[in-house]
Structures are given as C-alpha cells and as structure tokens.
Design a protein around this ligand. Structure first.
Ligand code: SF4
Length: 281
C-alpha cells in the first residue's frame, strides 16, 4: 500500500497552509509503513478543524461528537480488537470538553493511537482561546477572559500513567511520520502531541515562535526513564521525539501532585491540601 491508498475521495476543506495537511500526510505515510490494511483501520475523531481528518482517510471513519472520540474509540477497540484504531482531535476537543475521558483512556491502556493536533486555538469556531492558548497569544489577539496558564498536555498524560508519549511538529514531516509509526506499533495507549499551525487564527510571528522553541530530543535521551521524561516535559521549550515509552510489562509510574502543579497541570491532579492552591488559603 502507498500513502495515497489511505486517502478517501473527499478533498480537505482546511485553509490553505493549515498544519493539518501535514498531519494527514504523515499519518498516511506511517500507516503505509506499518502495512495496515484500510479494511483493518478505524479513525475516530471529535469535532473541530482537525477532526475532519477522519473523513479524509480510507478507513472505518467516524467524525463523532465533541470531546467524545476517546470513549467511542475505546468501545470500538474492545469490540473489534483486530482493528488498528487511531483517534484524532484538537486541543479544544481533547483538553476542554473531552478532558474527563483522557486519564481514563490512559489508565485503561486500551491500544489506541491518540493524536492531538494542538494549535492553541479553536479554529472551527473562529479563534477563541483553548486550554493550551498561551497568555502572550491571548493578549496579542485581544481575547477576552482572564490570563490563565495553559495546560501542559504532555505532562498531564505522563502524570496519568501513559506508556507511550511523543511530541512532534506538523511542519517536520519525516519526524511526524516516524512518531506515528512508533505510536502505531505500541501495544497500549499511545499519545502523540502534534504542534500544528493555524494560518488563519495564529499570527505568522506566533507560529514561528512556536517552531523556534522546538528541539529534537538528543540521541542520548532514554525513553524508558520516566523521571527524565517528566523533567523534559516541564521545560519551557518543546522537546520533539519519544519522551517516554514504558516496556509493556512494566507498571505505570506517576508524577507527584506537587510536581504536576509546579509544571503547569493546574490544579495539580490529586491535589488534596489548600497549600496546593496558592492564594486560596
Ligand atoms: Fe486550519 Fe486554522 Fe483554517 Fe482550521 S481555521 S482549517 S485550524 S488554518
């Protein structure tokens, strides 16, 4: 099979230059690399610009309900374990309305590849702030609402106990392809955080700033080292690569609640004391 064999007859309606085109290309390349037969492939998405991707693949595809792609995909995978099941959505879909499903999908560890195409903005509904919108971006765009710290998706998923956590950038096609290829091979829940540009609601300067903050993980990075993965995830820069890959026979490690709070998962998962919420004592 060739990458084009995984494309449906639908032509994408994304804005010209949208980062989602790169993700569609990288995903179809990785599916071809893995020799997944389209009749053994399901692509499930939520709602949003990036969720249109399900319809552009030749597979059992379902552009479903806002924030509900993970439970739908989990049910499908349990009923039809022979299907390679890919879940796709945006930062609003996955980290706002759909966030309640994420830690449960992680802890159930049903083999799904979950790609979040994170552009830090609600594109389909015309540019509102999402859970990953950075404060500077919000101020630049004059968006209403308080200056809230953005959520750190990679740290959130690590702290929930995920066995495979990778990050890539939609503008780096070979890297994108490699990350999807590895995620598809993981025998459990695999999370791929894709930094994707929105040419319509991000300024070119902002998109460039995100790109400039990306670094490839060094070859010396040990993806089985959970503490190191957490350390990398806490950094101000975006580390690209496989941050963490737990051997399937090893039980999950989780990060301490206080550490998660310091690093940007806010409020920290599992916070139980007032001291975890500065300014509220
Ligand atoms: Fe892509 Fe943004 Fe256009 Fe949506 S609005 S299709 S995210 S460029």
């Amino acid at each position: 099979m060739k990458p084009k064999d995984y494309r449906s007859e639908l032509e994408p309606v994304w804005c010209s230059g949208c980062g989602d085109y790169g993700v569609l290309k990288g995903l179809t390349q990785a599916l071809a690399d893995r020799e997944v037969s389209p009749d053994k492939l399901a692509v499930i998405s939520g709602i949003g610009c990036s969720s249109r991707l399900a319809g552009y693949t030749r597979s059992y595809s379902f552009n479903s309900i806002h924030g509900r792609a993970l439970p739908i995909a989990t049910g499908l995978k349990l009923a039809r374990p022979e299907l390679t099941t890919v879940v796709v959505g945006g930062d609003g879909d996955g980290f706002s309305i759909g966030l309640g499903h994420l830690p449960h999908a992680v802890r159930r560890n049903v083999p799904l590849t979950y790609a979040v195409l994170d552009n830090g903005v609600y594109g389909l509904t015309k540019g509102q702030a999402s859970p990953t919108t950075e404060i500077e971006f919000k101020r630049d765009r004059g968006l209403a609402g308080p200056d809230e710290r953005p959520l750190n998706p990679v740290l959130l998923v690590l702290s929930s106990g995920a066995g495979f956590v990778a990050r890539t950038h939609a503008g780096n096609l070979p890297h994108l392809r490699a990350m999807f290829r590895e995620a598809l091979a993981y025998p459990g829940f695999a999370f791929v955080h894709v930094l994707a540009g929105c040419v319509t609601y991000q300024t070119p300067d902002y998109a460039e700033t995100i790109y400039q903050r990306c670094d490839l993980l060094p070859e010396s990075h040990d993806p089985t080292d959970f503490s190191r993965a957490v350390e990398v995830a806490r950094g101000a820069r975006f580390a690209l690569g496989i941050l963490y890959r737990r051997p399937p026979d090893r039980p999950p490690a989780v990060v301490a609640a206080e550490l998660a709070g310091e690093a940007g998962v806010w409020p920290p998962i599992g916070a139980t004391s007032a001291s975890a919420f500065p300014g509220e004592d």
